[in-house]
Ligand binder design. Structure first.
Ligand code: IVH
Length: 737
């Protein structure tokens, strides 16, 4: 047992350790202890603070989440107004901006700091005697809202600054934002929670109704009408379900984009809610400072912020002259989709603070800075039609056909509407004006209908009850989001998709057999299952609209050479649900032959490392279907052979135990393949570059990870070197395909 003095010392030591570790984890993305070790420290501190309440401090890492606020957020006046930036939209304007600066400062080439313009919301934090005392939103620039209690819940925001500085006052400015992955998870969670609430309401209403009816019956002494009662309850239940689902789906429960989500999360009255939201913050300027001399450039002030424990953008850089600025703009624009947070442009700032002071401000924006904007990620357009597409497994995906519009540099004319619920939730109708968003992922999304612009007399979209291709019924399983066409073999859309998948690049890789040819082959009834491809004759192919003598010859050669396959590719080609490239590699490594794999049941499959119960079930089900076994037999009869990779053995090589980061596109293997191989040799693949990374592997158009690797002096491997390393590790022949 510690005495009070010792406890006090231990508490202080733990707080400092935890602060340092959180900084490394949340701000630098470079943890030096495991999550478990961190949790242990946190637990020890929580217990000591509980046992020795005299050492309470509101800047302890345990005190991030406070209690709920009653009433509204209060307004606060900014001691230094929060200004905005002037925008430039093209190279010409950027050069004009630079020309004005060169003229005013009388230099030939200006040094700039180039920073990503994070698409979040501006925040100002005040620290007095090293402690965070206020966090405020920008508001109108003069007055903002006090969000101190919510800002405190953001793990990367320091509650207390390090001891060694003589700082008495510091006000910093930055941006609160939500990462894209966090945003997607949050929206999923909000949809789930809304559905649960609806369900609870429904259950409650049902219980009440049951009780009422029971009481009525009791009152009438009518005991044998139990059966009628059940029927009545079910009827009312159905009606309630439909109308409630309608009302639930019309209510917007999700956020439109990460910026709205960040704003909504930061302005909550209950800090517990903010704390459960994946918010983050990065800082880019110092508005006030007392007690220490500030460095004389923007870049060194950012370095100071970092040293004080603030998260700063890893993607900022110093550029000499506008040409370098424009190059950074281009490079960030190209990497925008790979970053986990939205940026809507790049900010150029004159690096010298003396020059900044010389240049001053015009109205509400500094003359020494400009935001060079990117093309917008959200645009408005109209829905001209809604079609459904039928996938390989019959999944019905509604697609909005749009009036073409350019979004973030690409012309978009289709956007997925996901499923029936999503259409209901959006209440998307033909003729509607909608906001389309394209960010990070390539699939453009419809985020919202602009109701003000809805044409009169429009009707809600009716989800089809039968497949538009084969006429079979469309069904939706209880609790499932996806609707499916029940046509299976008779649905030519499903057949076309299965064949296209079978011949695709990651599968049997038959060059020259694109979707258009596949579609014609199916329509002409030349192919009715995947094995038929191997029976095609030249005269049949030549009869097709798009095929000539030469293309027929090439296609037949490609079909023939695809017969020599690898087991993983063959397994992918079969289209077993949940079996992608990396799972196929695990399977082919775990079984000496295809026949053996086909004989295993669910239990045997799930006992293998890397195969979970869902995948095991799916594989066992697939091979237990007679039709699938026949297809496999037919394929083997056609002469398909594949080399079986040998079983793995060693763990001792230059790769084992190492941390790899992959960036860019490799030409010979996909990322999941590269990852699976590395993992096979005992290496791990992580998503971001830190001091702990051993190698960064670069393919075509690598992202900012390459720059970071160079900065941190981490060995960089191009595809050739990477393959050489894999071969070396494979000296005992783990992977022979
Ligand atoms: S500097 C006086 N730097 O953009 C300088 N702003 O349009 C004011 N923003 O309200 C801001 N990233 O919310 C600056 N690296 C960055 C920024 C940035 C995002 C936002 C900020 C500001 C708005 C101005």
């Amino acid at each position: 047992m510690l005495n009070a003095g010792e406890a006090g010392q231990r508490i202080e030591a733990l707080r400092q350790q935890i602060r340092q570790h959180s900084h490394r984890y949340y701000s630098l993305d470079d943890p030096s202890i495991t999550d478990h070790e961190y949790d242990q420290l946190f637990k020890e501190l929580t217990e000591l603070e509980r046992d020795y309440p005299q050492y309470y401090s509101d800047s302890s890492p345990t005190q991030r989440v406070g209690s709920k606020l009653s009433g509204a957020l209060t307004e606060v006046r900014h001691a230094v107004p929060m200004l905005s930036l002037n925008n430039v939209f093209n190279e010409h304007d950027a050069r004009e901006f630079d020309r004005r600066i060169r003229e005013a400062t009388d230099v030939d080439s200006v040094e700039y700091m180039v920073e990503p313009k994070i698409d979040g919301l501006a925040i100002s934090l005040v620290y007095e005697y090293r402690k965070l005392v206020q966090g405020a939103t920008r508001g109108d620039g003069e007055m903002g809202e006090d969000v101190t209690r919510n800002v405190r819940t953001i793990r990367s925001v320091p509650l207390e600054l390090p001891q060694e500085t003589g700082l008495t006052l510091l006000e910093v400015r930055g941006e609160v934002f939500m990462g894209r992955s966090g945003f997607n998870q949050l929206n999923q969670r909000l949809i789930r929670e809304a559905a649960e609430r609806e369900q609870q309401k429904k259950d409650q209403a049902l219980r009440k109704k049951k009780n009422n009816l029971k009481n009525q019956d009791k009152a009438h002494g009518d005991e044998d009408d139990e059966c009628k009662l059940e029927v009545q309850v079910r009827d009312t239940d159905n009606i309630a379900t439909d109308s409630q689902q309608q009302s639930a789906s019309n209510k917007r429960v999700t956020y439109m984009n990460p910026r709205n989500a960040a704003a909504g999360s930061l302005r909550q009255l209950d800090p517990q809610i903010t704390s459960d939201r994946p918010l983050d913050a990065m800082f880019y300027s110092i508005a006030r400072c007392e007690g220490i001399e500030l460095p004389n450039s923007q870049s060194s002030q950012i370095a100071l912020l970092k040293q004080l424990g603030f998260k700063t953008s890893p993607d900022s850089s110093v550029a000499s002259g506008i040409d370098e600025c424009l190059r950074s703009h281009q490079s960030l624009l190209e990497n925008r989709d790979q970053m986990d947070y939205d940026i809507d442009g790049v900010v150029y700032k004159v690096n010298s603070i003396a020059d900044q002071e010389k240049l001053g401000f015009i109205t509400r924006a500094p003359r020494w800075a400009a935001a060079h904007k990117f093309p917008a990620q959200e645009r408005k357009t109209t829905i001209e039609g809604i079609d459904v597409q039928i996938g390989r497994t019959g999944a019905v995906s509604p697609v909005a056909r749009l009036a073409p519009v350019e979004v973030a540099g690409a012309v978009i004319s289709n956007a997925t509407l996901h499923n029936e619920d999503e259409i209901k939730r959006l209440d998307a109708r033909i003729g509607d004006t909608v906001i389309i968003r394209r960010a990070g992922d390539v699939i453009p999304q419809v985020v919202q209908v602009v109701l003000d612009k809805r044409p009169e007399g429009s009707l809600p979209y009716e989800f089809p009850k039968t497949c538009p291709v084969c006429g079979s019924q469309i069904v939706r399983d209880e609790g499932a989001a996806v609707s499916r066409c029940t046509g299976k073999l008779i649905c030519s859309a499903q057949l076309k998709q299965s064949i296209s998948h079978f011949v695709s690049r990651g599968a049997m890789d038959v060059e020259g057999l694109g979707p258009a040819v596949v579609s014609e082959l199916v329509d002409q009834k030349l192919v009715s299952n995947v094995a038929d491809i191997f029976q095609l004759r030249a005269d049949q192919l030549e009869s097709l609209e798009r095929m000539g003598e030469k293309s027929t010859h090439n296609l037949l050669t490609a079909i023939e050479s695809s017969k020599v396959a690898t087991l993983p590719k063959f397994l992918v080609a079969l289209g077993i649900p949940h079996v992608g490239e990396s799972m196929a590699i695990i399977l082919s490594d775990s079984f000496p032959s295809l026949t053996e794999l086909m004989e295993k049941d669910e239990v045997e499959l799930s006992s293998i490392r890397g195969i979970g119960p869902i995948v095991a079930k799916s594989i066992a089900e697939f091979f237990s279907e007679q039709r699938n076994r026949e297809t496999v037999d037919a394929l083997i009869d056609c002469g398909i052979q594949f080399e079986r990779p040998q079983l793995s053995s060693s763990g001792d090589n230059r790769v084992s135990g190492k941390k790899f980061v992959l960036t860019g596109t490799l030409s010979d293997m996909s990322r999941p393949q590269a990852k699976a191989r590395l993992e096979k040799f005992g290496a791990s693949v992580v998503s971001s570059v830190s001091n702990n990374t051993d190698y960064v592997v670069i393919g075509n158009s690598p992202g900012s990870k390459l720059d970071k690797a160079r900065k941190l002096n981490i060995p960089v491997l191009d595809e050739e070197k990477f393959k050489a390393l894999l071969n070396e590790a494979d000296s005992d022949g783990i992977l022979q395909d």
